[in-house]
Ligand binder design. Structure first.
Ligand code: ZN
Length: 65
């Protein structure tokens, strides 16, 4: 099975640093928490992927938004 991971840069909503995250676009749209590699705060990611596995949108949000 083809397993695709796209490395994408996002801005941490807590510390404002740019960090790289890996998105598994074969898994479809997903929401999860991942710790910022700079400030270690869990960021909420909302990732939209279409049925062909193309990344449509990435949102990195604070839990308290
Ligand atoms: Zn951070």
């Amino acid at each position: 099975m083809l397993h695709i991971q796209d490395e994408t840069q996002i801005t941490c909503p807590y510390c404002g640093e740019t960090i790289s995250i890996l998105i598994d676009s074969s898994a479809g749209s997903q929401e999860y928490h991942e710790d910022c590699s700079v400030c270690c705060t869990p960021i909420f990611f909302s990732i939209a992927i279409d049925h062909e596995g193309n990344l449509i949108q990435i949102e990195a949000k604070r839990d308290d938004d």
